[in-house]
Every structure is written in structure tokens, then in C-alpha cells.
Design a protein around this ligand. Sequence first.
Ligand code: PXL
Length: 276
Amino acid sequence: MSYHKILTIQDISCVGQCSLTVALPILSACGMETCILPSAVLSTHTGGFKGFTFRDLTDDIPLIQKHWISEGIKFDAIYTGYLGSTRQIDMVKDIMSTLSSKTCKKIVDPAMADNGKLYVGFDQPYVEAMKTLCGIADVVLPNITEACFITNTEYKESYDEKYVDLLLKKLTELGAKSVILTGVSYKPETTGVIVYEAGKKSYYEHRKISKGCHGTGDIYASAFVGAVMNEKSYYDAAKIAADYTVKCIENTITDPNHWYGAKFETALSDLITSLK
Ligand code: PXL
């Protein structure tokens, strides 16, 4: 297994199996040294709990960055997810330019929307700022909804390959070098992921489980980053992450009380095996 130092920047939702509480264990299981920069601390995620707390950590970020610079710390990958404010996006761009190793992979999951809608708390200025972060990324990992927001494209429930090609074209025009587009479904019984790299498009199609789970975008992105940092190709990493995410959902949907996240811990051993 390769060993690399990764920085992941996203929130801590104390309860809810998403963002850092998912990324840290998954990247560690993939054999990576995982450093974290929390963008905010919430009592729970925003997708279904009522009255959650939200502590914005934007003002701490430049201080943490300054300390890391003074210590000469550099990262082999910087992977961002849910950010706590629009102002934070410029800070994250600055972190990418000051704390990257020579070969650092910049991976941006524009975690901000699903099913045609922005998550609670996000607005158009956040979307505009996120476009600029996607523009400097080596890899972006949007779902179809996020791709639509980032490219000013009308969201459609059903679509054809031409629509997906337009999203991919617009995403790369922003500056993103490669795109992993998730939740691409042309048929009711299957879904899949498009890997768009150096103008070449591939599709990994897999079983669609009718009931989705909250936080699976974060599970997917974390497993993808872990696999890429284990020297897997983008296509192989996209496939490994998809198979792992499906397993996590399968291990969750039998439990009706577990509505707020996916039991990603139960399939970590499968993920580790798939990296060998
Ligand atoms: O899984 C994405 C996510 C991350 N963090 C917070 C969220 C969500 C989705 O709703 O609310 C706080």
C-alpha cells in the first residue's frame, strides 16, 4: 500500500455519518495519513434533523494555515467537501496554493446539492464561489444536481447522453482537469458514474438501490480519494468507490431506524480488500 499525507477540508457533523466523520475513517482504512481541517461544527447534518447547531470555523482557517506554513507542512492530496461559508472558498484556494506538495492532487467534491435542490444554508453566491474552486481542481466529483448548479444548466430528472456530454464539456471549460460525475442513470434499474479524463469518457454502470441514503456522496468521494492515492486509475477508483458505496447502502436499508446515514463501517473490510 502507498502511504501519503492527505488533508481533507469539510465540516464535522457530530451525528449523521457524513463529511469528516466519514472521510477520516475511510481514508485511514485506505492506509493514508489523514489530516483534517474542519470547516464548521454542526450537532447533526442538515438533511432531516431539526434545530441543529452550526459553529462556523471560517475565522480559524487562516490561523491554522499560517501555523502549518511555519511548520513546513505540505500535503500529497487536498480533498474538499462541504464548506462552511462562501468566504471560506477563497481561503481553501489559498491553502491549495501554499500547502500542496509538488505532486499534490486537488480533489473537489462540491458537496452542496442533491435531487435538484441546494442543501439548507447554501445560496447563489456560494455556488458562484464553488465554480472557482472547481476551476482549479485536478478532479471534481459532482452529482448531476451539483453539476447543473456549477454549469448553470437546467436540472432534469431524466436525460440522455447528450445532456451528460454538455455537463462534462461545461465542467471542463471551468478549468477542472478531470470529472467524476456520480448518479448518472439512463435506465430505472441502474445508475453509474462517468469518468471524464483527457477528453475520454467511460461509464461504470451498476445496480440502483431504490432507496438512497444520506451521506453516500461523502462515502463515495472518500473511497475514491483513498483508491486514487493507492495508485488506482481514476476509472478503477471510481469503480471501487461505487461498489463500496452500494455495499454500504445494502447494509443499511434493512434497518428502517437508520434513516440519517449509511453504515459505511460495516463494509470497510471490503474496501480494503478491493485496494489489494
Ligand atoms: O453529506 C453532505 C453534507 C455534509 N455536511 C453537512 C450536510 C450535508 C448534507 O446535507 O448537511 C452539514
